[in-house]
Design a protein around this ligand. Structure first.
Ligand code: HEC
Length: 173
């Protein structure tokens, strides 16, 4: 072997050794600063919040079901948990809580955006209440003006929409 090739082999081996060493150092560093499995956003508590069911079934008289849902979700944009399940899943005796379901309609009906009749506005609701809950339900189911069918909540049953309308009408007398 010539001197030149000897030099090359020596340098090559050194570079390789340094790279391996560097890799080990980075690995050790990453281990010491990295998250362990149950920290930060991967904490069980936060996973539970992120994956909690959107609705809970509330059966009248059932104390366990009346327990409040886990505390506020960390993401403000997340829809508020609502206290009822689709009618198919709920037994006939289940009370549909129109007041808490109203959260789904509040974006428009609390602010009155796009001329939505505001909650508590007797002048806006009076003439509507006069046509009867069933007529309002029919109109809410198919949508009216700026309001999409079911107020955009196609996941709600007709009975849930009706309960919300009853709540809105009663709160706006
Ligand atoms: C995107 C905004 C928006 C959302 C969300 C929304 N509404 Fe409305 N809603 C409106 C507007 C606007 C009107 C007025 C429509 C009109 O009179 O032209 C209205 C009107 C109504 C009326 C009166 C209908 C009538 O015939 O006068 C009912 C009942 C109603 N909404 C129920 C609901 C319910 C229940 C929800 C939630 C599931 C809901 N809305 C969600 C915008 C909204």
């Amino acid at each position: 072997m010539s001197d030149k090739e000897d030099d090359f082999t020596r340098v090559f081996i050194w570079v390789l050794a340094l790279l391996v060493l560097f890799t080990i150092v980075v690995m050790l560093l990453a281990r010491s600063v990295g998250m362990n499995e149950n920290s930060g956003p991967m904490k069980d508590k936060y996973i539970d919040i992120r994956t909690m069911p959107y609705g809970t079934v509330k059966v009248a008289g059932d104390e366990a079901a009346a327990k409040p849902a886990p505390a506020a979700t960390p993401t403000p944009a997340a829809p508020a948990p609502v206290a009822a399940a689709p009618a198919e899943a709920a037994p006939a005796a289940a009370a549909i809580d129109g007041q808490s379901l109203y959260a789904a309609c509040a974006a428009c009906h609390t602010t009155g955006v796009a001329n939505a009749p505001k909650l508590g506005d007797a002048a806006a609701w009076g003439p509507r209440a006069a046509v009867g809950i069933d007529a309002l339900l029919a109109s809410a189911l198919k949508g009216k003006g700026a309001m999409p069918p079911k107020g955009g909540r196609m996941d709600f049953s007709d009975a849930q929409i009706k309960a919300i309308i009853e709540y809105m009408v009663n709160a706006s007398k």
